[in-house]
Design a protein around this ligand. Sequence first.
Ligand code: KG4
Ligand code: ZN
Length: 353
Amino acid sequence: MLTLGIETSCDETSVAVVEEGRLIRANVVSSQIELHAPYGGVVPEIASRQHVRVISQVTARALRDAGIGMEHLSAVAATQGPGLAGALLVGLNFGHGLALALDVPFIPVNHVEGHLHSIWLTSQSLFPPEPEMPLMALVVSGGHTQLVLMRDHGDYQVVGRTLDDAAGEAFDKVARLLGLSYPGGPAIQAAAAEAQSPVNVPRAWLPDSFDFSFSGVKTAVLHLLYEIAEGKSPHQIRGKALPRVDLAARLRRQQIADLAAGFQESVVDVLVTKTSAAAARYDAKSVAVVGGVAANQALRQRMTAVIHTPLHISPPEFSTDNAAMIAAASFFVPRPAENDDVDVLPSLALTTT
Ligand code: KG4
Ligand code: ZN
């Protein structure tokens, strides 16, 4: 069975062809990073319009890479939510129209369920063994930070979530404070690699809970930045708002690197410790780390060192948004659209079938 997957929930236009839900025959990702970089974040209208411009070409390229014609497709799947409404509409409508024309099922997919299935993907035609369930999955991206107990395909329990910023969002915001480029995750990782003595950044543990909080860590970095730039604590200027701009410009490259590394260590420490504790608490047979932040080298290394059950971390190209994971999810949890009545769901939660 060959599935065409389509992903347009944010700033990547991606189309993939996946065989039997696992074998990647093609996965084309057209990134919009350069269009959004000047704004320091994704601009929804620019995102939607760019998806419209490139989706046909990206689809044609995916079919060419897979060496197939449209007539070989058995199903079309597209992200329904969560994500930016206007961006989602482009992929959902394009995929729905294609499925109608081809007379094959159209399967709307939950984006987070897609991330969860990224660890089923393989490029080897001799499929490696499937991850064992129940599985404790850490979903860490720009929009999500959740610990999900996956008992089966389509059977999920969210056991922890962020109460404020997502981990990737924290990387992006802290990168902006430090004067680093967008997206912040790779920029902070690169800066942290030059650190000599990482600054001690506090951890937000939220004891007795598998929930997360990252906005306080971001504020802590702002205060540390202020202290280093001004040589005094922000508490000494009570009553005045902290100046946010140009603080980073007053620091040396080495000081930025040490702050970036301290922030990264704080986030990684909390993510790894909570994932490990949740896996033990729910007797998980394996652990997964998926989503854009799973591309982070420090997180990958710490997870590998600490987790003793079989560990599945999606490779960097399948950690960030891609359509192969959408096709995979649609194969394992086939929920075809009924009566052709489908709409985007920008706040779609992870639900059990
Ligand atoms: O999964 P994704 O592509 O999109 C969402 O569904 O949100 O994740 C994007 C996020 C961004 O916040 C980006 O800064 C972060 O993943 N990211 C990283 C790294 N690569 C991407 N964060 C930390 N380290 C990285 N190497
Ligand atoms: Zn994502």
